[in-house]
Design a protein around this ligand. Structure first.
Ligand code: GLN
Length: 491
């Protein structure tokens, strides 16, 4: 087995047994990036020197006989909307193309403190707005299962880095599906934690009442280690919760006998690709064989999730993105003769079309006379969506659905049709609106492309979701690490 094929627990074991050093692990992954990223384009910045320095620090620690954290020496990739001191943080936008933050996001700090080795920053849809990574101002990331297809988004670069063996774990952010949907398209595990479980300090804000940071990994157990390291109160983020009731000491292999599983009929309706629905239904049968009790449930306000999200998210985005004015930091247009012109030119040249669309939608929804009709009403519908989940979780422990209505689509197929792009997250928006946790894991392939199964739970039920996902993963044992179509070397 090659080093880049190993998961975090195997690397941890190998380091302790001195099968290889942390430097060798970092080098193997950096080499893998060098070999594959010309085609995949997952990374915006690769931090080779910092990575080797971090790996050397882990080796030094080991030679002093110190205990290793399970993430020590594990190569990780970070979505480029999380701040890193001294390393560019671009949000894949011309607006921040040369922005070097003076501070580091808490999530990155936490991984570094555990000894993880940050390899670089990954591509995304500009400011995390999109579902395919095609809205990046720099380049489109490609799906390792088929280079002509998108990896999903907005955290497409992070998903691809993990799926293709460039990194073992990666960080993404999920506002309406941006961790789970690319995880589904790339055949890996992606977790959107309960709102407030993970600090958002240093995450460039998109929609503050929806954004959460979470991990990607190829196995459920790696995702669990990463999530445990990321979770926890942060005094620098006033929305992070103190003493979250998640019991990390529970075993992953607890089993799911007697687990009550709800299957919401609204997620199996028209518009879903039949082969995707079939794969998900088969996965549900596996849960049943493992002793779960399956029942059909209803989440009646599901069809309002997309329109509600597309009022609330753009409204919050329009307010968050007001700070990019060409005055304090970021892109500044040339040739302005007064302040108003400076702001207007900088914003029109610095932002791409999707970001502008969101700012206009959001500004309209918040404007005088329309606030109650749009933002106010959307907040009311949001409460109804949350109530649907509250009612469901009084009957069942977890809810299963497809993660996305389709498998990965072709590059270019949806870029000129925003609504069809928005539909890619049809199954994921409601979770963010309700603030609950959810994860996606691979449940099979349709014509060689991965299908994602979504597991949703009540607030702070991350352990239960991970245990259920683990039981499924261990039973089904699907292949990982694609042999890339398009002639990419499997070095
Ligand atoms: N695709 C959704 C959007 O474009 C969700 C993005 C996200 O979760 N960051 O807004």
């Amino acid at each position: 087995m090659k080093i880049y094929e190993l998961n975090a627990s195997e690397i941890h074991k190998g380091l302790r047994h001195k099968d290889f050093s942390a430097r060798e692990v970092a080098q193997a992954h950096l080499y893998r990036i060098e070999q594959t990223d010309k085609d995949l384009k997952a990374f915006v910045t690769v931090t080779t020197e910092q990575a080797l320095r971090a790996a050397d620090a882990v080796d030094a620690k080991m030679s002093r006989g110190e205990e290793l954290h399970p993430l020590s020496g594990i190569p990780v990739a970070v979505k480029d909307n999380m701040c890193t001191t001294g390393v560019k943080t671009t949000c894949s936008s011309k607006m921040l193309e040369s922005f070097v933050p003076p501070y580091t996001a808490t999530v990155v700090n936490k991984l570094e403190q555990a000894g993880a080795v940050v390899l670089g920053k990954t591509n995304l849809d500009e400011f995390a707005m999109g579902s395919s990574t095609e809205n990046s101002a720099f380049f489109t990331t490609r799906n390792p299962y088929d280079l002509e297809r998108v990896p999903g988004g907005s955290s497409g670069g992070s998903a691809v880095a993990v799926a293709a063996g460039q990194a073992v774990i990666a960080l993404g952010s999920d506002t309406g599906g941006s961790i789970r949907q690319p995880a589904a398209f790339c055949g890996i595990v992606g977790v959107k934690p309960t709102y407030s479980l993970v600090s958002r300090y240093g995450l460039v804000a998109f929609a503050s009442s929806l954004d959460q940071v979470g991990p990607f990994a190829r196995t459920v157990s790696d995702a669990a280690w990463a999530l445990e390291a990321l979770a926890g109160h942060d005094p620098l983020d006033s929305t992070s919760v103190p003493n979250a009731p998640v019991d990390w000491s529970q075993p992953l292999d607890k089993g799911i006998r007697g687990l009550k599983v709800g299957v919401p009929r609204e997620y199996f309706a028209d518009g879903m690709e039949p082969a995707v629905v079939k794969s998900v239904r088969e996965a549900i049968k596996v849960f049943e064989c493992l002793g779960a009790e399956i029942s059909e449930i209803s989440l009646p306000h599901t069809s309002y999730a997309l329109p509600t999200y597309y009022i609330i998210a753009p409204a919050e985005a329009s307010s968050n993105l007001a700070r990019f004015d060409g005055v304090r930091y970021g892109f500044r247009a040339e040739g302005a003769t007064n302040q108003e012109e400076l702001i207007s030119l900088s914003r029109s040249q610095g932002f791409g079309p999707e970001v502008k669309r969101r700012i206009m939608l959001g500004t309209y929804a918040l404007s005088n006379g329309y606030y109650d009709a749009y933002y106010g009403k959307a907040q009311k519908v949001r409460s109804l969506i949350k109530q649907d989940f509250d009612n469901a979780f009084s009957q069942v422990d977890i809810i299963l659905s497809p993660t996305s209505p389709t498998t990965a689509f072709k590059v270019g197929a949806r870029v000129n049709d925003p609504l069809s792009m928005y539909m890619a997250d049809l199954c994921t928006f409601a979770v963010n609106l309700a603030g609950i946790p959810a994860l996606s894991l691979n449940c099979g392939f349709v014509e060689g492309l991965p299908v994602g199964l979504q597991l949703m739970g009540k607030a702070f039920s991350e352990m239960m979701l991970l245990q259920a996902a683990f039981a499924y993963e261990q039973t089904v044992k699907l292949p990982q690490l694609p042999v890339f179509k398009g002639g990419l070397p499997n070095v």
